[in-house]
Design a protein around this ligand. Structure first.
Ligand SMILES: Nc1nc2c(ncn2[C@@H]2O[C@H](COP(=O)(O)OP(=O)(O)OP(=O)(O)O)[C@@H](O)[C@H]2O)c(=O)[nH]1
Length: 591
């Protein structure tokens, strides 16, 4: 696998892994925040339920004087009851509004319980109003329990509300097990407040009638007192089980002092008098004024315990939120760092490596490397070293290529020099022999006829003797130029030695060969040649011709011998003429 692909794959995997871990961690944190918020909301709803129980319980206070009122009815008592009813309704409305948007099972059941409690309250109030409207004599008749029944209906309201409080409180405890102590304690305190109220309610009828405690009160009072004592112990246990904070201890001490130190002994004294039939020495209003204030210490304890739980839960929510923010921030930072490292490695290592590899391949293939690929080399790291090495390699390769080209040129010049006659510029004998051998082989393959013409300047020695050797050279050069003008492409012309020249023509018929020789002869004979001293000279040459018919084997040595014989004959025949080996003119079949 290529390194770039491996790197991409590894980085992709790493990024996916980190992203997955990050998402998982954020999801887990978010779940915790969500759970903490749900728990806190349940706690607050439980508190609203406790408030409902408290207010509905408190409503019994002004209901009792109305139920026991003489006729004509006292409008002030009625107005006070209405005011308490309004407060209870407001508490119900607040609790129901808090549950309005929630669709979780706990909230749904709490809402159903609250709605049920409200119906019960409506029935209880209707009963209060109905009984209060009856003639006083009928209500206060000995042995009747008309005023007691509506109060019992109001007890049932509280039972239902407290059941809902327990449901919400349990939901909050499930989220915050460590807050069970203040939560359970607050619930017990709410219950204690209720039972303390109920205990006071036992004196409704006796106070109104002035009669001793009836059988029912005699049975209920010890039961309620026992329950109150039990709740007192449970609250104390809860407070001792956890680390009771100073405000909680203070609230607990206040309750002990006010309710258990004043309220409950007050009830005990009243009970004693009620049992002894000594009269109570107070009316309902005085009773309420004396008994209700100590009960407020129970509500204060409930609120203190609840506040402790709510503050701890709020802190937990804030903790969970900040943990989520920190985790998300850290995760994102890791992701960013990883991405940056990836981009850096890609930019500073992989891309330069790729460019360098391409540059090296180009250098090896002998191509030019684009200058921006390697320059400017300003980096001082390993990639920079590598780039410098490639630049050096490129320079060395360029130098060696230049040397190579120079060498090739020299060789070619040498080859040309070795093939060329230095005086005339024509092929020399060696090059002619080499190239003629190739042409003859080609002619053999194709079955072409071949002609070989050898010509030699006449009385050349005299030219040298009379005009000097340089003049002889000039004549040789002029003859070469004239002959060069008469041969076609594919025909070989060479200086065979001294003042002798040679021409080889393949695929050349006998008449064409003769014409060529004649043309050469006439050209030389008809062209005055200028000498270095300014004079001109007329030269002639004698020609020997050899010709091989088509499909016969043409051999260079044999043909040369024949052409030379023809030349000898031409010289013998008086020069400036063309002869073949076998006689005058060109004779087909020369071999
Ligand atoms: N100037 C000059 N003379 C050359 C060169 N090569 C050969 N010669 C001369 O050419 C002359 C050839 O003379 P011969 O072989 O006697 O022939 P000729 O005088 O041409 O007489 P025929 O061939 O019989 O017509 C000699 O004097 C050589 O010195 C050369 O390169 N330059």
């Amino acid at each position: 696998m290529r390194l770039t692909r491996l790197f991409l794959l590894t980085t992709g995997l790493l990024l996916s892994l980190v992203s997955a871990l990050l998402l998982r961690s954020i999801w887990a944190d978010w779940r915790q925040v969500d759970a903490a918020e749900l728990g806190l909301a349940a706690m607050q709803r439980a508190y609203l339920g406790m408030k409902v129980a408290e207010k509905a319980s408190a409503e019994r206070g002004p209901a009792i004087p109305v139920l026991n009122d003489t006729q004509p009815a006292d409008p002030a008592k009625r107005a006070r009851l209405q005011e308490f009813r309004r407060i209870t309704d407001a508490a119900f409305d607040e609790a129901l509004a808090a549950l309005a948007g929630s669709t979780d099972p706990v909230s749904l059941s709490a809402r159903a319980q609250l709605a049920q409690a409200r119906q019960q309250l409506d029935r209880a109030r209707a009963e209060v109003d109905r009984v209060a409207a009856l003639p006083h004599a009928q209500r206060s008749a000995p042995g009747q329990r008309l005023t007691r029944a509506p109060i019992d209906l109001m007890f049932a309201v509280i039972d239902t509300v407290l059941a809902g409080v327990t449901t919400q409180s349990a939901a909050a405890e499930a989220v915050y097990p460590e807050l069970a102590m203040p939560l359970v304690g607050a619930r017990y305190a709410a219950e204690l407040r209720e039972y303390a109220g109920r205990l006071g309610s036992q004196f409704t009828t006796p106070l109104a009638t002035g009669l001793p405690l009836g059988r029912e009160e005699q049975r209920e009072i010890p039961l309620l007192t026992g329950r109150i004592e039990q709740l007192r112990q449970l609250i104390t246990l809860q407070a001792r089980a956890g680390r009771a904070e100073p405000p909680l201890q203070a609230a607990l001490a206040k309750m002990e002092a006010q309710y258990f130190g004043v309220g409950l002994p007050f009830i005990a004294g009243l009970t004693e008098r009620g049992l002894a039939g000594r009269g109570y020495g107070m009316d309902s209003a005085t009773f309420v004024a004396l008994y209700v204030p100590p009960m407020k210490s129970i509500v204060a304890l409930r609120d203190t315990m609840f506040s402790a739980a709510r503050d701890a839960a709020t802190a937990r929510v804030a903790d969970a939120r900040s943990r989520m923010a920190i985790n998300a921030g850290l995760g994102l930072a890791v992701l960013c760092i990883e991405l940056t490292v990836f981009l850096l490695i890609r930019r500073r290592v992989l891309s330069p490596l790729l460019r360098i590899t391409r540059a090296m391949n180009a250098v090896m293939a002998g191509h030019d490397v684009p200058t921006q690929t390697l320059a400017p080399v300003v980096r001082n790291d390993e990639i920079g070293d590598m780039k410098r090495a490639v630049v050096a390699l490129q320079a060395a390769t360029a130098r060696s290529r230049a040397l190579e080209a120079e060498r090739e040129q020299l060789i070619s010049q040498l080859r040309q020099a070795s093939d060329t006659d230095f005086l005339t510029g024509l092929l020399n004998r060696r090059a002619f022999t080499e190239q003629a051998t190739g042409l003859l082989a080609q002619a053999r393959r194709h079955g072409w006829p071949v002609a070989l013409i050898v010509f030699d300047l006449d009385h050349f020695k005299r030219i040298n003797d009379e005009h000097g050797h340089p003049a002889g050279d000039a004549v040789l050069r002029a003859v070469a130029d004239l002959a060069r003008g008469q041969v076609r492409r594919g025909e070989l012309l060479a200086r065979h030695g001294g003042e002798e020249f040679i021409v080889l023509a393949v695929d050349c018929r006998a008449d064409e060969a003769l014409q060529l020789a004649e043309r050469l002869r006439l050209t030389l004979a008809g062209a005055p040649i200028p000498l270095p001293d300014g004079r001109t000279l007329q030269v002639t040459a004698s020609f020997g011709l050899a010709w091989v018919q088509p499909r016969r084997i043409a051999d260079l040595d044999t043909m040369y011998r024949d052409a030379d014989t023809g030349l000898y004959r031409a010289k013998s025949a008086g020069r400036n003429c063309v002869r073949s080996s076998s006689g005058d003119g060109v004779m087909p079949g020369v071999n």
